[in-house]
Design a protein around this ligand. Sequence first.
Ligand SMILES: C/C(=C\COP(=O)(O)OP(=O)(O)O)CCC[C@H](C)CCC[C@H](C)CCCC(C)C
Length: 334
Amino acid sequence: MSNDDTAANSTSSRRRRRGSSAQTRQMLGMKGAETKETNIWKIRLQLMKPITWIPLIWGVLCGAVSSGGFTWSVENVLMAAACMLLSGPLMVGYTQTMNDYYDAEIDAINEPYRPIPSGAISTDQVEAQIWILLLSGVFLAYGLDIWAGHEVKVITMIAVFGSYISYIYSAPPLKLKQNGWLGNYALGASYIAFPWWAGHALFGQMNWTIAILTLFYSLSGLGIAIVNDFKSVEGDTKLGLKSLPVMFGIGTAAWICVLMIDVFQAGVAAYLISIHENFYATILLLFVIPQITFQDMYFLRNPLENDVKYQASAQPFLVLGMLVTAMALGHAGV
Ligand SMILES: C/C(=C\COP(=O)(O)OP(=O)(O)O)CCC[C@H](C)CCC[C@H](C)CCCC(C)C
């Protein structure tokens, strides 16, 4: 084989690899993946952005652990899996599909290759998908309440409340996402508090301490959500969206963001100390240290360039901290 043939083969295999990686990224719902998909089921999955299910599935796990009632029986594993199906594919799937539905106009400018603005799926099909995911979610939540023997249908209430927050996040007239504080706090709560409540209620007794502590923890989630606003600061400014980088400028917003992330995790550690869970509090604090290091190394130096790098390096420590907190709460019997 000549050198020219080898070069041509390696170029075409590089293209194939790039093509298949763009397809995977598109299916997972990651940004910037431009491929022309025609399979309606793949398009439907793309609308549900599977990559964004992960934090909620993790949140359910934390809730199950904090309840202190989870044991490794087949029934418990099935119940936890059903609750993860509810939180991820169904409820986030519904949220993301609806978000794209209400963002169709703006996506036509910013991401015209997305399924709705590109015309790959019709509005009727999208509306049907929203309703099917929502109703399946609420029915499954009710089923889980029955399975867990709940007199008060807590999981159904969380699912209905969560779907309402999803609606006002994306839909006019409220469209919370247009407001940096409210929109990002709704996101933070949906990553941390809501799935945690569902997991906790499934295996234990939902209570005010868990509700308030996780809502407090969600303020760290607000900080994480702000990180994502730096990439779209130009577009947001033009469209008059009040993200924190638009309101306060890049430098100040970056500081607000990291302070929210660190201070509220430290606050949770302080609460753990107050209930004598010093061992877990120490581990949680130890997990905050690498986050501060990555904030200093990457994020604060150049938030526009290093946002993704920062998330990839620091986020694992934040989510591990959530699990440590859940273990402490389960141990303390909160
Ligand atoms: C749609 C969401 C994020 C996307 O936001 P944005 O439009 O700014 O980004 P893109 O440009 O990338 O599209 C998520 C919104 C989450 C929402 C506020 C609340 C979700 C509620 C939960 C799904 C409810 C879970 C209940 C369950 C645990 C029983």
